[in-house]
Ligand binder design. Structure first.
Ligand SMILES: Nc1ncnc2c1ncn2[C@@H]1O[C@H](COP(=O)(O)OP(=O)(O)OP(=O)(O)O)[C@@H](O)[C@H]1O
Length: 285
């Protein structure tokens, strides 16, 4: 094998790396140490029966920022995301050890009300999953479950949440039509409206745009950017350009381990770990 000089290695790295400027990204000066922590993950292991899927994950997810999880298929991105609102409780044979603190309270402690946790930490999946109900009832759903049925309050929240999800103008004249008649991109924004209607602190997005066309994807990315002033957002994405476009912080995972976590500009332009560099320059994955 031919040995490359350091200069050649740097040039080679640059040639393969994502061009952050061409993505329209404005460089940010962020420092994880100076952020307020929203979710503090420490020593997290996860098993599906005997198979370990997460190994000793520790990281602080900052408040009101967008954090992306990236890495090759099967590295544990969705598994880690699902630990953050205990969605994995629904999987038979799944065991977790370690700690996850949300605002300093351990979400795995005995006595935690999981329904309340999932209201505080809302989740949006890859495939839009509106209920077979009207647009209005989809958004009002979480409030009705909480026993809120006053029309005036529901009207207000439905309008507020649909505006927050950048969907109001498109649906205000068809609020009582079925949500199933909407486009995929509109359905995904409706699901986001349904999630924010109950005022969560955290939004977990699991490949939220991967089933959508490029224009709908762009709308979701713009929406993520708008929502981060109010919510802590964690997104799993296969698409590195998307992670580079939307996120403030990025975590690179490989085979169930957290390889590197840092601000997105540094991770993509000057990764500390060789495995991260290999992944972002397309050498594997
Ligand atoms: N419900 C489950 N039961 C058993 N094993 C599972 C389950 N869900 C995931 N796994 C395994 O855990 C590992 C991590 O999977 P996970 O879906 O979290 O990875 P990922 O990085 O999100 O992958 P992808 O990008 O393909 O969605 C994989 O080996 C997967 O096969």
């Amino acid at each position: 094998m031919v040995e490359l000089s350091t200069d050649q290695q740097q040039a080679d790295k640059k040639a393969h790396a994502i061009d952050m400027q061409s993505l329209g990204r404005v460089k940010q000066d962020l420092d994880i140490e100076s952020e307020t922590t929203c979710l503090d993950i420490s020593g997290l292991d996860l098993f599906y029966d005997d198979k370990q899927a997460l190994y000793d994950i520790s990281m602080n997810i900052p408040q009101k920022r967008v954090t992306s999880f990236i890495g090759p298929s099967g590295c544990g991105k969705s598994t880690l995301l699902r630990t953050l609102n205990r969605m994995n409780d629904l999987v038979d044979g799944c065991r977790v050890s370690g700690k996850i603190l949300l605002d300093d309270q351990d979400i795995y402690a005995k006595g935690v009300n999981v329904a309340d946790l999932r209201r505080r930490v809302g989740m949006v999946f890859q495939k839009p999953n509106p209920f077979p109900k009207s647009v209005y009832e989809n958004v009002a759903y979480g409030l009705r479950i909480q026993g809120i049925n006053k029309k005036r309050i529901l009207d207000e929240v439905v309008e507020w949440a649909l505006k927050g999800a950048a969907l109001w103008d498109e649906v205000k004249d068809r609020l009582h039509e079925s949500a199933l008649g909407m486009s995929g991109g509109q359905q995904q924004r409706l699901v986001i409206a349904r999630t924010i209607a109950v005022e969560p602190e955290v939004l977990l997005l699991d490949e939220p745009a991967s089933a959508l066309d490029p224009i709908s994807t762009l709308k979701i990315e713009e929406l993520i950017n708008d929502l981060k002033s109010k919510y802590t957002i964690v997104i799993v994405t296969h698409n590195m350009q998307q992670a580079a476009r939307v996120s403030d912080y990025t975590a690179f995972m490989y085979m169930g381990k957290l390889v590197e976590f840092g601000d997105t500009d540094s991770l993509f332009t000057n990764p500390k770990e060789k495995q991260t560099e290999d992944y972002i320059t397309g050498r594997y994955g």
